[in-house]
Write a protein that binds this ligand. Structure first.
Ligand code: PEP
Length: 253
């Protein structure tokens, strides 16, 4: 059985006090009824990684970063490396989010290096892929997503890609309130899984969690998570409200 994951991407939101408050509310609402098999990850801004990790203590919640450098160390002002994340015991990192691709020019080749750095430091990459609206409209979305996955992940050996989590996030659904239909989500997840099967074989492809992201909300999470190839969600806006985030997590049980 594949690991189920719901990850909240806080992006560049919350002051320290607000972040502490949100974490505390999420911890309080994470009751016993939440399936212990589901990994719940809070991807917080860099400055709050350690305080959030300490705050979470022994709770089943995990903390993740939203990016890491393709370098280990050196004169890269403002960057944060995978060895730094490892030194703080951070288990997950989002890589290739569409906002990083769009605003920071991150491309497939660069992301392949970041994926390598994360894996070399025993950090699980949540690798994002997904098409913008014009690509969906001209019907080449499957080709683009295949290219994104191949460019950044297909240099990995089977035992390495097994440690990766993929998040399909159609760009037109991120922060827009428009969600992919369950059919659109399932179709693309099946395309990704078939691509993995062709390259790595059935056993590996069946072991890799593929999350859906793009305006996941409490009222659409359950039906999205019921799709056979959807193994959870990457949640932006709704992860900033503890009650909504936990309702979404409940959708997976
Ligand atoms: C995201 O940024 O990864 C995301 C899915 O955002 P939202 O849920 O707000 O669409």
């Amino acid at each position: 059985m594949r690991t189920k994951i719901v990850a909240g991407n806080w992006k560049m939101n919350k002051t320290l006090i607000e972040a502490t408050q949100l974490t505390s509310e999420v911890m309080t609402l994470t009751g016993a009824e939440i399936n212990g098999e589901t990994k719940i990850v809070l991807c917080v801004p860099f400055p709050y990684l350690l305080s959030t990790k300490n705050q979470l203590g022994n709770s089943p919640l995990l903390v993740g970063a939203q990016n890491c450098s393709e370098h280990d160390s050196g004169a890269y002002t403002g960057e944060v490396s995978a060895p730094m994340l490892k030194s703080m015991g951070i288990p997950y990192v989002i890589l290739g989010h569409s906002e990083r691709r769009q605003y920071f020019g991150e491309d497939g080749k660069l992301l392949a290096k970041k994926v390598d750095k994360a894996l070399a430091n025993a950090i699980i990459p949540i690798f994002c892929c997904g098409e913008p609206l014009d690509v969906r409209e001209n019907g080449t979305h499957e080709t683009l997503v295949r290219t994104q996955v191949e460019a950044s992940l297909f240099h990995l050996a089977a035992d390495a890609i097994r440690k990766v989590v993929i998040a399909y996030e159609p760009v037109w659904a991120i922060g827009t309130g428009k969600t992919a239909s369950t059919q659109q989500a399932q179709d693309m997840h099946a395309v990704i899984r078939k691509l993995l099967t062709t390259k790595y074989g059935e056993a590996v492809a069946q072991s890799i969690p593929i999350l859906y992201g793009g305006s996941v909300k409490p009222d659409n999470a359950k039906e999205l998570f019921e799709c056979p190839d959807v193994d959870g969600g990457l949640v932006g806006g709704a992860s900033l409200k503890a009650r909504d985030f936990i309702e979404i997590v409940r959708g997976i049980n």
